[in-house]
Each structure stands twice: as C-alpha cells, then as structure tokens.
Design a protein around this ligand. Sequence first.
Ligand SMILES: [Zn+2]
Length: 214
Amino acid sequence: MKIIMLGAPGAGKGTQAKQIADKYGIPHISTGDIFRANIKEGTELGKKAKTFMDQGLLVPDELVCELVVDRIQHDDCKDGFVLDGFPRTIPQAEALTAALEKIGSNIDFALDIDVPDENIIDRMSGRRACVNCGATYHVVNIPPKEEGICDRCGHEIVLRDDDKPETVKKRLEVYHAQTKPLIDYYKNQNILKSIDGTQPMDTVFQVIVNILGA
Ligand SMILES: [Zn+2]
C-alpha cells in the first residue's frame, strides 16, 4: 500500500495521512522528517542536503527524491507508506516515478483531498494560536473556554500571519500553479482518487478506507 497525499495546504491531508498510517500500520513520511533524520544521523545525503539548507537554498529535486527513495526502502516500509508533502511539482513526480521504477516499485494510490479555496480560507481564518505557549485553537471547531484566552496559560490567542487570508491566498496560488498539475499526472497513471474534503474529517477518512480496503 504505497500512497501519496495530494491536496491544497489546509485541506487536511496531514491529518488523514496520520490516520491512514495508524490504521494500516505503515509509516507516515514527510520530507521534513526525512531531512531532520538524515542530518541528525549525518548521512551522506543528509550532509548534501544541509549544504543547500545552510545557504538558504531549496534542496534540488533529485536530492529530495534520493532521500525519499532511500527512506521508503527502509524495513518499516515493506508493507507500504504514506508520503505527505512530496512530490509537490511535476519534475519531482517524474523523478519519483523514475526512481521507483529503478527499484521495481510504483505508487498504488494518489489520494487527492479536494477542498475549494474559499473553504480553506474560511477554515484558516478561524485558527488561533497562543502568543505565549503556541497552543492552537479554532473559533468554531476547538474554541478556548474563554474567548480570546489560552486555556493552558491564560495569555492572548491571535490569528497568526500564516493563517491570514492574504497569506493563505498566496499559498493557494503557488499550489494551483505547481502542485495541481500533479492531479492530471496521476490521473493519467490511473491511480488518482479524489475525495471531497469538505466533509467532516471522520467521513473523509471513511471514504479513504473504502478506497484502500479494510
Ligand atoms: Zn498559551
């Protein structure tokens, strides 16, 4: 069960990826975690990645792909994995397909959590974070006991710059330009499954389970 997650930032794909990983006993892999692990362990790939990151440069597609392919060959991936946050672009997807072919492997499912931009902007604008301890809330879904005040430490909770509609709109533009073409790419490979991500999270997960099989 080799799965990649697609969907706009804020569509909830990370949450779904975690639940899939728990239910099917396969690792949830994000590129951030791979970078951190390789740098911490001082691997050759990690050292290479670090030289780019230290200069504030993006790690090149081929190297990210090498790191991902290395990670998915670890023992814990023998029954599959959920890739979250990679690939993000067509060149990355092509590099991943080629690298997997080389080791006689392929992706089984590309799950697209589909949520219209307006819903994402709405959702994000309801988020609040504590200025002191970083605890997160949502005005509708996870409200604090007292409006505007952190349950944990009593400090003020605010809408972060990252969650402001202008910022979210910019991220969505990047997503539409770079990542959305992946939907066609995986559709052409006949492994794309689009899921209506506006439904409650539990319903979205149930739909995914129906697709993947119990
Ligand atoms: Zn707090």
